[in-house]
Design a protein around this ligand. Sequence first.
Ligand SMILES: NC(=O)c1ccc[n+]([C@@H]2O[C@H](COP(=O)([O-])OP(=O)(O)OC[C@H]3O[C@@H](n4cnc5c(N)ncnc54)[C@H](O)[C@@H]3O)[C@@H](O)[C@H]2O)c1
Length: 259
Amino acid sequence: MQLEGNVAVVTGASSGIGRTIAETFVREGGKVAICDINMGGAEKAVAEIKAAGGDAMAVEMDVTDEDAVNRGVDAVADRYGRIDTMVSNAGIQIVHPIEEFPYAEFRKLVTIHLDGSFLLTKACVKHMYPRKSGSLIYMGSVHSHEPSALKTAYVAAKHGILGLARVMAKEGAKHGVRSNTICPGFVKTPLVEKQIPEQAQNLGISEEDVVNKIMLGETVDQTFTTMEDVAEVALFLASFKSNALTGQSIVPSHGWYMA
Ligand SMILES: NC(=O)c1ccc[n+]([C@@H]2O[C@H](COP(=O)([O-])OP(=O)(O)OC[C@H]3O[C@@H](n4cnc5c(N)ncnc54)[C@H](O)[C@@H]3O)[C@@H](O)[C@H]2O)c1
């Protein structure tokens, strides 16, 4: 049990990577707040965790709503008495060439990823700083380091998250709080399944070519990263015994990006 007594706030935890991180933390003895706009999914995840003997709570939270973020994080601290780990993971994907990218969609994506990470960090450090400890974990992407066509909004937001996380390594240090970013390659989740036909249409290529050439073309072994791979990195960062590891990005991507 690597996270006995550890309390984690995980956003976007109703689905995909966030949900697997929540389940992994509970498996290791942690208590997890499943924060999402999808309350049906959050409550289902909590019910399954409880049925397996774990401890979790569902929190309705739109990460772009400052009051909802503050209220939600405070409710977790009230229920469990502390917050040790933040995983800022909620996200969406929208792809268009820039000349067809509606500004409203650009703003929507950047606000969820970047403003959401800012608001969540601000709400969590309020509970971490007085205890002189905490682990901030941000969900970046290989796109925090590498660009891809059609992804102006996503690549800009994911680069921004890396900057935010690095600033938090500096600001958090004197409060005993570390800050790191996980930068996965492509993982087959609902967010990625949706992109395959969209990119095929935008680029005028087959769905098979989107997978083999665009998504996996730069990996060393043409293999998708899995939700479990990403969750194990999150567990490593949450359970690390000191603050030696701060300001870093870790890139589980089958060698797509070599940091
Ligand atoms: N799937 C990949 O290949 C991949 C690769 C690198 C990084 N990521 C990142 O991982 C994170 C999770 O993605 P995923 O693939 O698991 O996607 P997903 O669609 O399975 O899950 C995203 C979750 O975020 C929630 N969400 C969306 N908007 C929200 C909001 N405003 N407030 C709160 N919750 C909100 C959704 O309801 C959903 O539960 C994202 O930040 C994504 O950018 C994904």
